[in-house]
Design a protein around this ligand. Structure first.
Ligand code: SF4
Length: 404
């Protein structure tokens, strides 16, 4: 598949109609639509698919309350788009959190109504399987109600190498210790050329998928992600989707697909390319049309902004991801969008949908169908601003943040 596919023989309207009716489209057709379909028609087709998939609850859009816990920024992998990591020899910039600190953050999450922990950090040269076993077991022992939705294939590859065990053993052990599902981190761009350009020390895209497939086979589901805007072509974006769709045909283990946009500050790519909001919305729509085997398409508005997040609900997204109690990774690269629970609820309502707080596995915890019963947020906000910044790295004004 190339960028120079034949424009003349392609009937955009006919393919859009087929896709909107639920027929599977080819990668070549997806590329044509992504590049050439009128934006409103693309969004309308994707929304038709979403409404049919959620018939009966199509008026609802979901969000989750979670906390990112960044356990270390020390990392040997040195991805060029990353503004978060510190090389192991950079003692001034590098930090790690101890277990007590992590447990305190979990306690705050529970207190604030959070249901999910996203354990996220660098590839620390000393952290093998044992490190994650110890931490996940300790979190589950104290907070069995918290879902640990964390890590991804890159961390599994790294910890297995450090502990000199197979990825099967690594996955099995951390799952038994308490990991519930993988967050799909590290997918970045899966095709070889753009992946090598931005993350030359990461495992290949094929290997990333192989590890996810192994996890799905062992009963550990995941989400899938995509980093847009680091210089990849349109064809490479569609190839990324194809690679995920092919694995999903075999495993069914990807719960969601979450594209997000590259943030340009404080990293080695120096912002030389970025995805536009229109490209992002087109991606949300094409993901809904092309990835017919993935149930949830998530709008990510930490990186694109609230208006784009709101628009994504009209381009095929059914979920706006999380109100995060803490986030330090994409924020370090310049993502400046902040929000709180009331604002997310309001934003979803203004998009013409009924907001619902969900679990990690997308069950509705509370449907906000009556504004008179909306949660009062002041306690949450004041609690966060007085306690959550201790030991934090990037946000002296830390409030509830919103992201994927
Ligand atoms: S993206 Fe992750 S693996 Fe890559 S340098 Fe940053 S912390 Fe390390």
């Amino acid at each position: 598949m190339t960028e120079n596919a034949d424009h003349m023989s392609f009937d955009v309207t006919a393919v859009l109609e087929r896709a909107a009716a639920g027929e599977r489209i080819t990668p070549e057709e997806a590329l044509h639509l992504y590049r050439d379909a009128p934006l409103h028609a693309l969004g309308s087709a994707a929304d038709a698919v979403r409404r049919r998939r959620y018939a009966g609850t199509e008026h609802i859009a979901t969000y989750i309350i979670e906390r990112n816990i960044n356990y270390t920024n020390v990392c040997v992998t040195a991805c060029k788009f990353c503004a978060f990591y510190a090389a192991p020899k950079d003692k001034a910039k590098g930090w790690t959190r101890d277990l007590d600190d992590i447990l305190r953050r979990c306690a705050e999450t529970v207190e604030l109504g959070g249901t999910q922990i996203m354990f996220q950090g660098g590839h620390h040269p000393d952290y093998g399987v044992e490190y994650y076993e110890k931490h996940f077991a300790a979190i589950k022992a104290e907070f069995p109600q918290l879902v640990i939705h964390s890590l991804g294939a890159s961390e599994v590859e790294h910890m297995a190498r450090i502990s000199k065990v197979s990825v099967e053993e690594a996955i099995t052990r951390i799952h038994e210790a308490g990991l519930d599902s993988f967050a799909g981190a590290g997918a970045e761009l899966l095709p070889a050329r753009p992946r090598k350009a931005i993350a030359p020390l990461k495992e290949s895209g094929e290997r990333w998928l192989e590890i996810m497939e192994t996890a799905h086979g062992l009963g550990v589901e995941s989400t899938s992600t995509m980093l847009m805007g680091t210089g990849e072509t349109n064809a490479e974006r569609i190839e990324h989707l194809r690679m995920i769709r092919d694995v999903q045909d075999r495993t069914g283990g990807f719960r969601a697909f979450i594209p997000y946009t590259y943030q340009p500050e404080n990293n080695h790519l120096k912002g030389r390319t970025q995805a536009t909001i229109f490209e992002y919305l087109r991606m949300i729509a094409i993901a809904r049309l092309f990835m017919d085997n993935i149930v949830h398409i998530q709008g990510s508005w930490l990186t694109t902004g609230k208006e784009a997040g709101q628009l994504s609900l009209h381009y095929g997204a059914d979920d706006l991801g999380s109100i995060m109690l803490e986030e330090n990774v994409v924020s370090a690269a310049g993502a400046k969008h902040r929000s709180n629970r009331m604002e997310i609820i309001d934003l979803i309502r203004r998009a013409g949908r009924v907001p619902a707080q969900r679990t990690t596995t997308y069950e509705h915890i509370v449907v906000h169908d009556d504004p008179a019963n909306d949660p009062v947020d002041e306690r949450v906000m004041s609690h966060i601003s007085s306690t959550a910044i201790e030991g934090g790295t990037a946000h002296p004004e830390l409030k509830l943040l919103a992201s994927n």
